[in-house]
Design a protein around this ligand. Structure first.
Ligand SMILES: [Zn+2]
Length: 280
């Protein structure tokens, strides 16, 4: 392992992947590429990008990967990337870069990034939801990602009993109602094409149910929402805060805010993961 080498972050998504490091002035140096269909070609590209941004060598790598993944073995089974199924990503990156590698799923890593350097800064307990094609969740308890016995799946909490069918087979999951896929299944349209305030008020209501459930169970100081849905801005967040506050009666209402890092939450989180993990 390159003792004096750089710490880098990798954000591996279904359509694109990014490799980055800190620039020493509070910013990032990052390279990106489209995610190839096959894992071996993809890792070859990731290694090439890593060597380009860290010519002195790489010591530590934090990886944000689309789930699900096996934390114990470092093997990934990303739902929308069949060519990467059952690939030992941690072992291969570690071998090819001669570096220590730590990995977590994209929602957890983005949560870590938001907690440390984004909208969740200064909190001890924070929950992050990414609302895009699907809905993922990341729970930060006392500065650490909370996995529980396996991992959290806040997108599959029921917010609408007997509601629309979810990809998981259940009915009325948060994901089935508010995700891009859920909105398209219910309306035949993409969220960006819908301007009806009543529709967004309804989305805010179901999100508020999820936010209030989360607040009442974990009492976080902040609940942060990332992903495509944040583009709605106040049209979503104003009614969401109002409705959630109406459902959280006993505890303090947490801050409910859009992601502070936007597209960078995964890459920043991957860097924080590498910088803070005992395995690195
Ligand atoms: Zn579900």
């Amino acid at each position: 392992m390159s003792e004096g080498g750089a710490t880098i972050g990798i954000d591996l998504g279904g359509t694109r992947m990014r490799v980055g490091r800190r620039d020493g002035r509070g910013g990032l140096i990052a390279e990106r590429a489209l995610s190839p269909a096959g894992a071996e070609e993809g890792v070859a590209q990731l290694v090439a990008l890593a060597r380009r941004i860290a010519p002195e060598g790489v010591a530590r790598v934090g990886v944000s990967a689309a789930g699900p993944l096996d934390f114990a073995t470092g093997v990934i089974v990303p739902l929308n990337m069949p060519g990467w199924h059952h690939y030992p990503l941690v072992a291969e990156l570690s071998r090819q870069l001669d570096a220590a590698v730590v990995m977590d799923n994209d929602a957890n890593v983005a949560a870590l990034g938001e907690w440390r350097e984004g909208a969740g800064r200064g909190t001890r307990t924070m929950v992050y939801y990414t609302v895009s094609t699907g809905v993922g969740s990341g729970v930060i308890l006392e500065g650490r990602i909370h996995h529980g016995a396996h991992d959290t799946e806040g997108g599959h909490q029921v917010v609408w009993p007997n509601g629309p069918v979810c990809g998981c087979g259940n009915r009325g999951c948060l994901e089935a109602v508010v995700s891009g896929t859920g909105i398209r299944n219910r309306t035949g349209k993409r969220g960006e094409e819908i301007d009806d305030p009543a529709f967004w008020d309804e989305i805010a209501f179901y999100l508020a149910v999820g936010v209030a459930n989360t607040a009442n169970l974990l009492c976080p100081e902040a609940i942060i929402l990332g992903g495509g849905i944040t583009a709605r801005g106040d049209q979503l967040f104003v009614p969401l805060r109002e409705k959630a506050a109406g459902m959280i009666r006993i505890l303090p209402v947490p801050r409910i805010e859009p992601s502070g890092l936007g597209q960078d939450s995964g890459l920043v989180g991957a860097l924080v993961l590498a910088e803070t993990s005992a395995e690195c």
